[in-house]
Design a protein around this ligand. Structure first.
Ligand SMILES: Nc1nc2c(ncn2[C@@H]2O[C@H](COP(=O)(O)OP(=O)(O)OP(=O)(O)O)[C@@H](O)[C@H]2O)c(=O)[nH]1
Ligand SMILES: [Mg+2]
Length: 508
């Protein structure tokens, strides 16, 4: 089942595929939507996942203990207490949650049934000057639903916290929750002022309008304070996350459609170029080949073939019959037809992808006429077509012909006598039958010769069409494919995006 992360991956691929095809500003706008989605996607499951961050001793571990209602995380006066981050997670965690903890390297996991929709990650403190700790927060941020910043009355204005953490991470501010802990140690009257002060400092950091809760996670006397409010705040994060995810999907979809449009891809259907080009190539190369061989060559070859056959069958023949036919190449309408066919196809293609994207196609189109003529020249043709060896049975037919005529005539004469036809009938029947047989064999040989001659030219035409087709493909097909290739990859990337989008199924 794909998730938002897959959709963002597809989106990034779409952006990459449009490189060079859309203005840089359009590309940058789309890339920004992708980056924002990546930054804000949060945890991609049903569990609400929050990370606790804050200075050492602010009470992060104590907050987990208060949520758990028992001591599950080590808390103490010794600073820092927590060295290895731990996670307090549902006893039956979603696979995605386990993968998340694996990926950020949190091996200490405590299962809980108390709040089965909630997972809390206790991060290392933010006091250590080490850049690593900020890197950890930054790495975890896009993967969790919220970061709960835990501060105490002494250090809520701490410079390190504001300058090194909050201000640089302000763009993630809408997923921050603030907890002012240890409030049992200050006068109730000061709590509100402290919240105001904190809100003001946050505003200076660029973080506005965030929830600031007040708690006492581990007061020396009595029960923890403000924990129910904290739980409520986290529960509403869960509701908000569905809304956020839908909004991100809608943003990505809008940006994908805008980008594809500006790349000239209305939808993922593509242009069907390959099959259309194959048709055009066949028509154009056949038209060229028939021009190259001349319009009359087939007829002439038939006549020559018929003569060769008759000569071969003639027992009086002394000289070898001719076996070639002259090519009467006089380029007629074929080359023009080839040029028009290719030109029409390119203009249809240009219409299909929209005139503002058809620049590269127009360049190829300008060149069509010289390229088609060039293909004709490169294909070339000989001055004559070799008809090949005449079939040997024609000679046999030459001997068989008189024998057959005499035999058929004799049979007819005999039959006339058998039926007692009197007078000149037997002799007339014999002569008529003999002459008819003679003519029939001659006509048969002649027709077969005509067929032999024209087939040789047709074979030659097929060969020329093949050569012309390769030439046309090299001279026109290749630049066309180059002009369309980038666009086709945007189409493919858009299809992939749309597939994942519809699998996610969250319609707004
Ligand atoms: N009075 C009071 N003490 C608290 C409160 N919360 C925590 N403490 C105490 O403060 C000390 C530090 O608390 P921890 O929960 O260990 O703090 P932490 O943020 O986990 O500290 P590190 O693990 O070092 O980052 C402990 O001795 C807690 O008992 C509180 O709300 N009120
Ligand atoms: Mg701790």
């Amino acid at each position: 089942m794909p998730d938002l992360r897959d959709l963002i991956d597809r989106f990034d691929r779409l952006v990459a595929s449009a490189h060079g095809l859309v203005p840089d500003s359009a590309l940058e706008n789309a890339a920004r939507v992708g980056r924002r989605a990546r930054d804000r996607r949060g945890f991609l499951g049903d569990t609400v996942v929050v990370a606790l961050a804050g200075g050492t001793g602010s009470g992060k571990s104590s907050l987990i203990n208060a949520l758990a209602g028992e001591v599950v995380a080590e808390s103490g006066a010794q600073r820092p207490t927590t060295f290895e981050p731990l996670a307090w997670i549902p006893a039956n965690p979603e696979p995605g949650l386990v993968r998340l903890l694996d990926s950020i390297g949190i091996s200490e996991r405590i299962g809980q049934d108390r709040l089965p929709w909630l997972a809390v990650i206790d991060l290392p403190d933010t006091d250590s000057v080490s850049e690593d700790n900020r890197a950890t927060v930054e790495r975890v941020l896009p993967l969790v639903d919220a970061v709960v910043w835990v501060v105490d009355p002494e250090k809520y204005q701490d410079r390190v916290l504001h300058e090194r953490f909050l201000a640089p991470l302000a763009r993630h501010g809408d997923r921050f929750v603030f907890v002012l802990n240890h409030i049992d140690r200050i006068d109730a009257a000061d709590v509100d002022q402290m919240r105001l002060d904190l809100a003001e400092s946050l505003e200076a950091d660029g973080i506005v309008g965030r929830t600031i809760l007040t708690t006492a996670a581990d007061p020396p006397l009595g029960a923890p304070i403000g924990i129910e409010e904290l739980i409520d705040a986290m529960r509403s994060l869960g509701d908000a996350k569905v809304v956020v995810e839908r909004r991100l999907i809608a943003d990505l979809e809008d940006a994908a459609i805008r980008l594809a449009r500006s790349a000239g891809v209305e939808d993922a259907s593509g242009t069907g170029f390959n099959s259309r080009w194959q048709e055009v190539l066949t028509t154009a190369s056949e038209a060229l080949a028939s021009d190259l061989l001349g319009p009359d060559t087939i007829g002439e070859a038939g006549r020559v073939g018929s003569r060769v056959a008759r000569l071969s069958a003639s027992i009086r023949a002394r000289s070898a019959p001719p076996s070639t036919v002259a090519v009467s190449a006089s380029p007629a309408g074929g080359t023009r037809a080839a040029i028009d066919t290719v030109d029409l196809m390119i203009s249809e293609l240009a219409d299909a992808i929209g005139s503002e994207h058809a620049g590269p196609l127009r360049e190829v189109r300008h060149d069509v006429e010289p390229q088609v003529r060039g293909a004709a020249v490169s294909t070339g043709t000989a001055a004559e077509v070799d008809l090949g060896e005449p079939p040997s049975w024609w000679k046999t037919a030459g001997f068989v012909r008189p024998v057959a005529a005499v035999a058929v005539g004799s049979v007819c004469h005999w039959l006339a006598n058998v039926f007692e036809l009197g007078g000149p009938i037997p002799i007339v029947a014999a002569v008529v039958a003999a002459v008819a047989t003679w003519l029939a064999v001659g006509a048969f040989v002649s027709a077969s010769g005509r067929n032999w001659g024209s087939s040789a030219v047709l074979r030659q035409r097929e060969h020329l069409a093949g050569v012309a087709g390769r030439e046309l493909d090299r001279r026109i097909g290749r630049p066309l494919r180059d002009a369309l290739r980038v666009r086709a990859s945007v189409g493919a990337a858009m299809t992939e995006f749309e597939l994942v989008r519809s699998a996610l199924g969250a319609d707004d």
